[in-house]
Design a protein around this ligand. Structure first.
Ligand code: TYD
Length: 392
């Protein structure tokens, strides 16, 4: 049974950065639910993938050093630990992982044509399509089964999980490995980072829920790693249930026990979280309003999809945050979805004109603080809402 625990109001598509500010950008209800049976947390309104993942998708994995480093490290691990002859990446984005492999050893799947073009142009076979059984059949016919499937921050964006895992089981060899990584529900609740919820993030996985879901598709988790990426993610290593050659690591039970101890199996935990979210909204708004009253200049740092949730839920517009700065070319000179805040090309000197920078990309805090030492030296301060609204 699904119980609603959080209502984040009306929200535009989180990655629909506008060329011109439009008062009437389409908005959707964003409500979050907990399923008491399989322990899965999901949002209510499912928007068609075609609307969200098309030829204009602005997010690029290679934009951040943290992500590039993480993919490089993982590629080395995949080669050493699993030695796949052929691997497939679902949601290959701009090829941040693919480029670490030989062109004949990796296949990409990427529905956003602006992104699949990047890797295809470099000679990496990339299917410009949505992940489902039809595509898995097409690939199997052309290339045969694959040894390893990897997917980061993608499977939680696909509504039909049954189709997702059925297609994976279909394309993997019997001894095949599935590695997926996504933001961790536990970290989200702990950090009160409710901006992990937006229309693209249909699910926020926990080990607990994932275990329940994949068992119906002949799959089981055999190892788990905690990652720092995207504000705290989990990397799940999954095998076919009937493959007895791989031992199940203690990390799996350990993670599930931590989650249960924290209460991820109980609706009361989520109701508590929702109370904290409401408090966070009030406090963030207070901080910004007070600073503005004192004539302080505030800019946004990192025009993330996550920030769209914050701006629209907390009703923050350009009267409070004048501009956002971002390094992604496709976001520049556009507007934050739903709110009239212009995104400017990142420029360090321009940042130095501001007293405060609201950290939209709080998940890259370490990388950003290192880069912006001078801003803080000359008196600049950051504002964040994670784990609670504060100035630092
Ligand atoms: P990210 O948090 O990965 O994604 P999401 O949109 O899914 O919430 O996006 C990080 C954004 O922050 C991306 O648009 C690039 C930007 N950014 C900067 O502008 N400067 C930086 O130093 C870093 C690390 C990121």
């Amino acid at each position: 049974m699904n119980s609603q625990f959080l209502n984040l109001g009306l929200q535009p598509l989180a990655n629909e950065y506008l060329q011109k500010f439009k008062e009437k950008q389409k908005k959707y209800h964003l409500k979050v639910f907990f399923n008491n049976r399989n322990k899965l947390v999901s949002i209510s309104k499912r928007i068609s993938s075609k609307k969200m993942f098309n030829n204009k998708y602005p997010y690029k994995s290679s934009m951040s050093k943290t992500m590039k480093d993480s993919f490089k490290k993982l590629s080395n691990e995949i080669n050493k630990r699993f030695k796949p002859n052929l691997l497939l990446e679902i949601g290959s984005n701009d090829g941040a992982l693919m480029k670490n492999f030989k062109k004949n050893k990796i296949i990409g799947v990427e529905p956003c044509s602006n992104l699949s073009k990047i890797t295809n142009d470099k000679g990496f076979t990339t299917y410009n399509d949505y992940w489902n059984l039809d595509l898995a059949k097409k690939i199997r016919k052309k290339k045969g089964k694959v040894d390893l499937i990897y997917s980061a921050n993608t499977l939680t964006h696909i509504s039909d999980l049954k189709s997702v895992f059925k297609s994976i089981d279909f394309l993997l060899v019997k001894s095949g490995i599935l590695i997926i990584e996504d933001p961790s529900l536990l970290e989200c609740i702990k950090k009160n980072s409710y901006d992990q919820f937006y229309n693209e993030h249909i699910y926020l996985f926990s080990a607990l829920a994932l275990k329940n879901i994949i068992k119906k598709f002949n799959l089981e988790i055999f190892d788990i790693k905690n990652l720092k990426t995207h504000g705290g993610s989990l990397r799940y290593y999954i095998k076919k249930k009937d493959n007895n050659n791989i031992k199940i690591s203690k990390n799996v039970v350990k993670q599930i026990n931590i989650e249960i101890k924290f209460g991820l199996n109980k609706i009361s935990t989520y109701k508590n979280f929702a109370k904290k979210v409401k408090k966070s909204k009030k406090e963030l708004k207070n901080i910004l309003t007070k600073l503005k009253k004192n004539n302080k200049k505030i800019i946004g740092y990192g025009a993330t999809a996550k920030a769209t949730t914050i701006l629209n839920y907390c009703n923050i517009d350009s009267k409070l945050i004048e501009f956002f700065l971002d390094t992604t070319p496709d976001k520049m000179n556009k507007f934050m979805p739903g709110k009239n805040i212009k995104i400017l090309k990142y420029n360090q000197n321009f940042l130095h004109n501001y007293d405060y920078a609201y950290l939209g990309a709080w998940n890259f805090k370490d990388e950003i603080l290192k880069k912006e030492m001078k801003f803080r030296k000359i008196g600049g301060k950051f504002i964040t809402h994670v784990p609670y609204p504060k100035i630092f």
